[in-house]
Write a protein that binds this ligand. Structure first.
Ligand code: FFO
Length: 821
């Protein structure tokens, strides 16, 4: 019998216990779970978590994690006592904006497979008789949501894991992580050393301190959040017994940042309405193991009554039965928050075998643990993890100041109605391109991504809107899709397709990969053939072992052993770094360089007069690059275009950026050049059929499903993922990323909406835009392969059905006449 790795899990809360269960279920037996607190109630967040599980989330991954948690905990009990009580969930609306948003949420539920419907006030009251019907406009009811008994589930999970060989030790404090030669070897503790091949920190809000032991930044902030229990509520008397505890749906009153659940004949109330209360680990109450109880533990801070006062008033308005009840107990319980609200999963870049799985809510715990177990055992998670991977953040996003501010913001906004494009208000201006001063002069409207300021349109182009030819005039939008959008985008798209435009491509992640092993390295990690001449550029994919798309990349061969990789973000950098060896160096050159996309039918008329280098089609063909000088500035010109027009990405080092911008802008005036932003950019790329990784495709999709089979050179020799896709072709796939045009010519959707085929949910929208070149809104969506061009579908948009038709793609320039000339 082969032995399996020795795993030490730090933390016996809901994540650690789930992970021990998932690993032992996969036949790994040498699992040791340690906790600083006593077992089973260790005193971390799990020990006081109120256990409300609402599955529906804008993120497909998070929703699927939650659904798995519901299913798994429903199958567990401790001596007949439940671990999941499927009472259903109800979120009520007291404002029209919230009611509309509940319809949007119902759309996500449909997209991700969670049953739920928006119901009127009477049905809300029938479901939850404590509600005052006068206060509410409606609600979203999700019958499979409910209550998790997290602390009890830990007992059930531990029993099962122990029966399969795992060991649990309480009251053991971790004092250090041992490693040699860049690999973890064990965990040092107050109870001696535990040797390990793999260590997984599931330490929750203590995660930062454990991460520091291997020099790993864990971008989370512990925050306190208020929870109270009322005394007896007359209208609840007799409804529940001690065992069932609750029968009414868990309830959310998001307009007041409140949630509710029953505790037999009392009500529990959680509030996010108060000021954010960041917690330093040094401020935690000292509770000895012997004194630790359900009412006193390190993760529970004293209740601050004044912070709860408005919430109590709002609760008594919504639930009149509370007017004769009292608050009996309360506490400020500590949970983990992160810069974007997502969990933190991943391996240390420096100490192989040291992993973290933290900032995980009870709601997502079983799903996260399953994915981590899959990562450890199979090398990949079946559910896409890009939104959870700790390496999704750029360095600036992991700094203490950034985490402090953004995590607190997320606390404040937790129940807000948030538009998908809504920018953070601060911190801003963390990263700007060398063109920033010019962009501001042109009235750029900036949105933020990974700290970068990115223009979405330029007010300076507003005057062009009235000059637009009638067929380019965009129709007016509904209020929601008009937010963070401007019709100026139509003018910028128009100039790109008819003249020439400048796009700031600086925030695009750029890696320099160099050294004698680079060719073999890139050949192994990507699907393309890399041994091409210097000056070649290749559009290629990085796959995981199962053939899922990790990323799509452009690889430019700048020298024999020097390549520039255009990537999708820090995940690519982390992946390349983790795979690089001694003869391959990977350097992030994004910050020291900048890039202008010069695109449009007049691009050559703009650039050629500024250079003695030959920018003709013959001298620099499509998907080729060359060093050149433009007005004396040293640049690298790469002939490709994500907007589907003639032109180049022109790179230079940062200090020349502003000069390059000025030269191009001045020389372009007679040609009608404009600066153009991401709103136009996104529309143009979508009408050209270019995918955006992370939105349109992820590790859950293979290249053929995503319509990217052309980028796979199956004959080239071995590469990561090759075996998995050996038998896959365009013909064998059962689902496809499909292009839709909206029939009414004016309804613009935004992404993640459900798509219905013959009236039934059949897929979801990945990206959408108004296609200015065609004068029609379009969307890309995952649909069954049988939905061929011409198929009629419907898109769910705020409870409305928008008719659409599957179209042959790309919609613009399928013959590539615009680009290749
Ligand atoms: N790198 C660069 N330099 N520029 C980019 O815009 C991007 N991307 C991502 C990440 N890396 C980048 C890659 N996405 C095409 C499509 C998608 C891209 C980049 C390029 C493209 O031109 N596709 C052609 C390829 C033709 C061929 O292989 O010969 C096509 O599909 O016709 C921006 O997100």
């Amino acid at each position: 019998m082969s032995t399996t790795p020795r795993v030490v899990i730090i933390g016996a809360g809901i994540v650690g216990a789930n992970l021990a269960d998932e690993l032992t279920a996969r036949g790994w037996t040498r699992i040791t779970v340690l906790d600083q607190g006593p077992l089973p109630l260790t005193g971390g967040s799990t020990s006081h978590a109120p256990g409300l599980v609402y599955q529906t989330n804008p993120s497909k991954t998070m929703t699927e994690f939650a659904t798995y948690t519901v299913n798994k905990l429903s199958s567990l009990d401790v001596d007949g006592a439940w671990c999941f009580n499927q009472v259903g969930g109800l979120e009520v609306a007291t404002t029209p904006e919230r009611l509309a948003d509940l319809h949007r949420k119902q759309g996500w539920a449909t997209s991700w497979g969670v049953p739920g419907e928006v119901v009127g006030p009477e049905e809300c009251v029938r479901l939850h008789p404590l509600l005052d019907p006068e206060q509410i406009l409606g609600g979203f009811h999700t019958p499979t949501d409910g209550l998790a008994k997290a602390a009890r589930a830990v007992v059930a999970l531990r029993r099962r894991a122990e029966s399969r060989g795992a060991e649990f030790h309480g009251s053991v404090r971790v004092t250090g992580i041992s490693h040699t030669g860049g690999r973890v070897t064990g965990v040092r503790t107050t109870a001696g050393d535990f040797p390990a091949d793999i260590v997984v920190s599931c330490a929750g809000f203590w995660g930062q301190a454990i991460g520091e032991m291997v020099g790993m930044r864990v971008p989370l902030l512990p925050l306190a959040h208020q929870y109270v229990r009322t005394g007896q509520v007359a209208d609840l008397v007799g409804r529940n017994d001690e065992l069932t505890e609750a029968g009414l749906p868990i309830l959310r009153h998001q307009d007041r940042d409140l949630y509710y659940r029953e505790h037999v004949d009392c009500l529990g109330i959680g509030s996010y309405a108060h000021r954010p209360m960041p917690v330093r680990l040094s401020d935690l109450p000292e509770v000895s193991d012997d004194d630790l109880t359900e009412a006193a533990m390190p993760s529970m801070l004293p209740f601050t009554e004044e912070d709860f006062a408005p919430s109590w008033e709002h609760s008594r308005q919504l639930l009149p039965s509370l007017r004769s009840a009292k608050i009996e107990t309360g506490f400020n319980g500590i949970f983990s928050f992160t810069p974007d609200g997502g969990p933190l999963i991943g391996e240390s870049p420096d100490v192989a075998g040291f992993w973290i799985a933290e900032a995980v809510w009870v709601t997502h715990s079983s799903g996260v643990a399953r994915s981590v177990a899959q990562l450890l055992v199979d090398g990949r998670s079946e559910i896409a993890l890009h939104g959870c991977d700790v390496h999704r953040f750029d360095e600036i996003e992991t700094t203490e100041a950034y985490v402090d501010e953004t995590a607190q913001r997320n606390f404040v906004e937790i129940y807000d109605v948030v538009h998908p494009l809504q920018p953070k208000l601060s911190p801003r201006d963390l990263r700007v391109s060398p063109f920033h001063a010019r962009q501001k002069e042109l009235g750029a409207f900036f949105l933020e991504a990974h700290g970068w300021e990115r223009p979405h349109w330029y007010e300076a182009n507003a005057h062009l809107v009235k000059d637009l030819p009638p067929e380019w005039q965009p129709p007016s939008r509904d209020a929601w899709s008009a937010m963070f959008h401007s019709p100026i985008a139509a003018a910028e798209a128009w100039r790109t397709r008819t003249a020439v435009a400048l796009y700031d491509m600086t925030p695009l992640k750029r890696l320099e990969v160099s050294g004698p092993g680079t060719l073999a390295f890139l050949d192994r990690l990507t699907t393309g053939k890399m041994d091409k001449s210097v000056g070649s550029v290749t559009y290629t994919l990085a796959l995981d072992e199962a053939g899922g798309i990790r990323s799509d990349l452009t690889v430019a061969r700048l020298g024999e052993d020097r390549f520039q990789v255009g990537a999708n973000g820090n995940l690519d950098l982390a992946y390349f770094r983790s795979e690089a060896g001694g003869d391959v160096q990977v350097r992030d050159i994004t910050g020291g360089t900048c890039c202008i996309g010069v695109w449009g039918p007049l691009a050559r008329d703009l650039v050629q007069p500024l250079s003695r280098d030959d920018f003709s089609h013959e001298a620099l063909k499509y998907f080729r690059c060359m060093p050149a000088h433009i007005a004396g500035i040293p640049v690298t010109a790469m002939r490709l275009s994500y907007v589907g027009e003639l032109g180049w990405e022109i790179y230079t080092s940062a200090e020349y950026g502003q000069r390059l911008w000025d030269v191009l802008f001045e020389a372009g005036r007679p040609l009608g050049v404009v600066a153009a932003g991401r709103a136009a950019f996104n529309s143009l790329r979508l009408e050209k059929g270019y995918r955006s990784w992370g939105a349109d495709m992820t590790t859950e999709h293979n290249p053929y499903e995503a319509g990217l089979g052309f980028a796979v050179r199956k004959q080239k020799g071995d590469f990561v993922g090759r075996d998995a896709i050996a038998g896959v072709t365009d013909e064998t796939v059962t689902r496809r990323l499909s292009c839709l045009t909206i029939d009414d010519g004016r309804s613009v959707v935004l992404g993640s909406e459900p798509v219905f085929l013959d009236g039934d949910p059949a897929g979801y929208v990945t990206s959408a835009a108004f296609a200015h070149t065609l004068g029609v809104p379009i969307a890309y969506a995952w649909l069954p392969a049988g939905a061929t061009p011409g198929t009629a579908v419907e898109i769910g948009y705020f409870g409305r059905r928008v008719r659409a038709t599957v179209a042959a793609e790309p919609l613009v320039d399928p013959e590539m006449l615009r680009i290749r000339r």
